[in-house]
Design a protein around this ligand. Sequence first.
Ligand code: NAD
Length: 423
Amino acid sequence: MAKTSIVSGFYKLPLKERLAIIKDFAGLTDEEIRLLENTGSLPFDVADHMVENVIGVFPEPLGVGVNFLINGKDYLIPMATEEPSVIAAAGYAAKMVRDGGGFHTSSTAPVMIGQIQIVGIKDAKAAKKQVLDAKAVIIKKANDQDQVLNSFGGGAKDMDAKILDTSLGQMLIVELYVDCRDAMGANAVNTMAEAVAPQLEQLTGGHVYLRIISNLATKRLAKAWCTVPKESLGGEAVVDGIAYASAFAEADPYRAATHNKGALNGIIAVVLATGNDHRAIEAGAHAYAALKGRYTSISKWTKNKNGDLDGVIELPMAVGLIGGAVKTHPIARIAMKILNVKSANEFGEVLAAVGLAQNLAALRALSSEGIQRGHMSLHARNIAVTAGAKDAMIDLVAAQMVKERKVRVDRAKEILDELCKKQ
Ligand code: NAD
């Protein structure tokens, strides 16, 4: 029987029961469950090999977004984030989207762009022609660097060159287009860019400085779309509110930055949980949002002819199933197993769907009751802890602040004092 990601009241279950559900859904082993339960699961020697100057590890909460149905397949979404309400909101939005048939997705081939910067060229036009005439030789040199990638059907597939007018004069920028298959690809592409540089210097008589991947991965895009029934959202007025919010973000970069941040709240949580490079995704998303010369939103919501809500998101998605920290971090490996994606493309599409869900949840709240009620009631426990509450006192102090609609540290301290006196 196909497994479902619908788990109502997941947040109310004790940890053991939550883990039993995940174990069953993802086929986790007892050892993997033990690692999840142990909040210090990144051993020093592993961490010490990952980065430099290690003095400890920095744990973040890991949760799962429930209810996701993407292209007819159920997913539980592992999410690592320090921000309350993100994971709950993702599951809430996924449930509404599910009412309309779930998310649909598509993506381009996993092609990344490697840039080689050539300066000091006398005739840029002639140099460009020389480089393009030698395309086959340069691509072969690039592909000599990574037999493993070639064996998976990846590798440098094409190349182009552009003349750039800059404050320091003209430069020739050569771009390698590399199919990275299931890798994010930065190391693979950078190696190729460095390998072809001497040949490019010879051909052009110029000097190569930079040889590096571009995070504006316009050839590696993921797209997700959905239709949400108006009844699931709470009526046509909410649909109108979300459409107006979307138009606002499309027209105003100040709003677009926050609109996009809302979508990235979900995407980055998954990217982080899986040991992928979240800076690459952030950089790509924002640069893509500004590609047409003015920063705008990466998603769009409109009312369709039935009065329901249509949503779509598209952004660069440079993520991998191998490489980087994906296979070294023990919890990232488990997160990947929970996610159960078979290719980097499927992974990117799931991330786009998560971004769309997160964006929807934020816009629904913003265009109706505002985000503060839900957000602050989940944040209240953090405030209670900041005020010094421990154990059972945390929930008591938080509940009282939410009841009073005064979620503040000073009020938390007063409530805590009052409760302590009563004991
Ligand atoms: P990597 O070099 O660790 O792994 C990629 C390699 O794995 C491929 O080159 C290939 O040889 C091999 N491979 C095995 N199975 C494969 C498969 N199924 N599909 C594709 N390749 C397969 O990592 P990477 O993905 O090249 O680079 C990612 C790392 O680079 C991240 O840690 C990132 O943080 C870092 N980085 C990023 C930037 C940037 O974004 N600007 C710059 C430098 C480094």
